[in-house]
Write a protein that binds this ligand. Structure first.
Ligand code: ADP
Length: 664
């Protein structure tokens, strides 16, 4: 670049004078100030009258003047045509500022030096920003580096040096490629090219980086591009964060969940094997037990001769133990059937009074032997009278329930015999039943017995746990209650209890009122009494792999007139059957053998033909987060397993009613 060879014209001078952003100053060959524009006045504070004719060194610090800097800069400008410098300059008020200075030598037509042009910009702000940026960068805990457009490192901060093992010095001799353990992936090139074309502002990627010592580690790289004010790309800012720990955790987590899954599967397999074993074993034991009991009974009879008194006692002992063993075997068999889902219940409309009669007569002998009085009590008739009497007589106030008759009798005998066994001589056992609300009836078995201490109540439904009853010489297997509860739940009911030590216990069973009988409760706060039977012409698809639950649903749907049930045993067939039959309601077990109920929902929900379809979830996991997820996914209801029939019926009715309203 050559020096200026022309004298500035007047127009040019006027232009120069109007520039305010930087000081433009003409110097004579001797360094005296000849012109002073408004920028110079703004930056250095002198009026042109005050400074014209003075030596330009008055703008330098005393140290610089003592060091001969002003003169040296002029010499250099003369030698090279131009000199660039950055340094402190002094204002009129003696304050200093950081200046970027360019001094250009000017020559006249004859080639003789006519003076110097000096352009000064105040860069204090920029320098501060740069300083701050450098500091922030240098001491940032995140690895940071600046990379030129050609991939060469311009600089790297301490954190990045520590992370990769190279000094800043070494970085400057490297390219970005040098910290990659393998060839740069094409996707990185693509993203860099997108950055350069301003398609994206930054990008992140996870990849392994190479340390100086040859080892590698996982990092997140974030890259952005710095552009100048004309939007031209300047350099890249790269950020690296070591995520080794997170990676390790991720791997451990996925390993752990894999192991958990394996453990769960192993437990399930073991459990199935156990159930299988118990079922087979109980069957096998029953045959010889029948032999033992049969022959012991034969010994008891005088047909084959009389026994000595001691022998008679022994035979009684054999019979007692044999019967106990048979009870145990039968209980275990039932329990294992329930646990493996092989026990089937069939619910139907059942009137309670005959059931109670049959239970009480079965228990009469046992009660008498234990000196216990049995009583039966129903509050339903009283209640009807209070309400002004039910129109069709007292029988209507005692609605029929939806249950498995034989199983219910079995359950009540179990509860009743406990109430007798764990009672005291002269005690009482009462069988009561009443309507709980529009949809439920509660049966209570109340005793005046020994009660169950509060601190042991949580052990109550554990199979084989007798809570210390064995020491009291009361016969039992410790399986009855566990079995009873599972049976009640399999029928869609609920079992619960209250008990006070030394005062007695009350065990109750809640059962759903049969749909037809819900009508009778018109003066209760009935929400939808009797609607079920009128819901004709609807189709319900139930996806469920557990046969007992399917059994239960079948019996329930049988009570709903005109509702057709379509059964799917897994997710794939649920989807296929739904497309074929277009059901009004889909009840999906979330835990299907192939895909989840969520997947089924996903596959169907957005299809126009399912726009009016109601989806109901059925699941054993009912944490608040599960419910939230269910709702978000689009289920209109989320029901808990084991199934509560009254809730299920209400849900079906609601769904059908909504469907009917929607199709109007
Ligand atoms: P068991 O064959 O021992 O009677 P259950 O499963 O029926 O087994 O009951 C478990 C235990 O619960 C009993 O051993 C007894 O300790 C306690 N229990 C059950 N019912 C009653 C009751 N009505 N009053 C007091 N304790 C009871």
């Amino acid at each position: 670049m050559g020096a200026l060879k022309t004298q500035p014209s007047e127009a040019f001078e006027a232009l120069v004078d109007s520039i305010e952003d930087c000081a433009i100053v003409m110097l004579g060959p001797d360094g005296l100030i000849q012109s002073w524009n408004s920028g110079a006045q703004r930056i250095a504070g002198y009026e042109s009258g005050e400074i014209l004719g003075r030596h330009f060194a008055c703008l330098y610090t005393e140290d610089d003047i003592a060091g001969g800097i002003p003169g040296r800069e002029l010499t250099e400008a003369r030698r090279n045509g131009r000199v660039k410098a950055t340094g402190q300059r002094v204002r009129k008020d003696r304050s200093t500022f950081l200046a970027d200075v360019v001094i250009t030598a000017l020559y006249d037509h004859s080639g003789a030096l006519s003076g110097f042009g000096q352009v000064v910009s105040d860069v204090t702000g920029r320098a501060e920003a740069e300083h701050r940026f450098r500091n922030a960068m240098e001491f940032s805990p995140i690895g940071l580096g600046l990379i030129a457009l050609d991939g060469k490192w311009l600089t790297a901060n301490q954190a990045l040096s520590a992370m990769l093992g190279h000094s800043e010095e070494e970085f400057r001799a490297m390219t970005i490629q040098d910290i990659m353990p393998d060839a740069t992936p094409p996707q990185l090139y693509q993203q860099i090219s997108d950055l350069l074309q301003d398609k994206i502002k930054s990008f992140q990627l996870e990849r392994e980086l190479l340390r100086k010592d040859g080892s590698t580690f996982w990092a997140i790289l974030s890259v952005s591009l710095v552009r100048n004010e004309r939007n031209a790309p300047q350099y890249f800012i790269g950020q690296a964060q070591d995520i080794t720990e997170r990676k390790v955790m991720e791997t451990e987590l996925s390993l752990a969940s894999e192991r958990m899954l394996e453990a769960k599967q192993a437990a399930e397999t073991a459990n199935n094997a156990k159930t299988e074993f118990l079922t087979t074993m109980s069957h096998e034991l029953r045959t010889p037990m029948n032999g033992i009991l049969g022959f012991a009974q034969l010994l008891e009879t005088p047909v084959f001769g009389t026994l000595a008194p001691k022998q008679g006692e022994f035979v009684q002992a054999i019979l007692r133990s044999g019967r106990h063993l048979l009870d145990l075997i039968n209980d275990i068999l039932e329990l294992s059937k329930i646990e493996s889902g092989k026990l089937s219940v069939s619910v139907e409309r059942v009137e309670l009074p005959p059931v109670m009669k049959s239970v009480i007569s079965s228990l009469a002998n046992m009660a008498e032997a234990n000196h216990i009085a049995l009583s039966e009590n129903t509050f339903a008739a009283d209640r009807g009278a209070e309400d002004g009497g039910a129109e069709d007589g007292a029988d209507d106030a005692l609605p029929a329930v939806l249950t498995d008759r034989v199983r219910l009798i079995q359950c009540l005998i179990n509860l009743g015999s406990n109430a007798i066994k764990y009672n005291r001589p002269g005690g009482r056992v009462d069988f009561g039943y009443e309507r709980l609300d529009a949809t439920r009836v509660r049966i209570r078995v109340t005793d005046t017995g020994i009660g169950i201490p509060e601190d042991r109540q949580h052990e109550l439904f554990q199979p084989f746990n007798r809570l210390g009853a064995a020491q009291m010489a009361i016969e039992g297997t410790g399986v009855g209650l566990a079995l009873t509860r599972r049976l009640v739940e399999a029928m869609g009911g609920r079992l619960g209890f209250t008990s006070v030590r030394d005062q007695g216990s009350c065990f109750w069973i809640d059962l759903p009122v049969h749909a037809r009988d819900q009508q009778g409760a018109a003066n209760d706060d009935v929400r939808q009494a009797g609607r079920a039977s009128k819901l004709g012409g609807f189709t319900l698809l139930y996806a469920e792999d557990n046969p007992s639950n399917m059994d239960l649903m079948r019996s329930i749907v049988e009570t709903l007139e005109g509702v057709r049930l379509i059964e799917a045993i897994d997710g794939a067939s649920a989807i296929a059957l739904a497309k074929q039959h277009r059901p009004d309601v889909l009840i999906l077990d979330l835990n299907l053998p192939d895909i989840s109920g969520y997947d089924v929902l996903q596959a169907l929900r957005n299809r126009p033909e399912f726009a009016d379809t109601q989806f109901i979830a059925l699941s054993a996991s009912v944490m608040p987060s599960d419910l939230r997820r269910g709702r978000q996914a689009g289920f209109s209801r989320y029901l808990m397993k084991p199934i509560d029939i009254s809730l299920l019926m209400a849900a079906i009715e609601d769904a059908l009613a909504a469907k009917r309203a929607g199709s109007k």
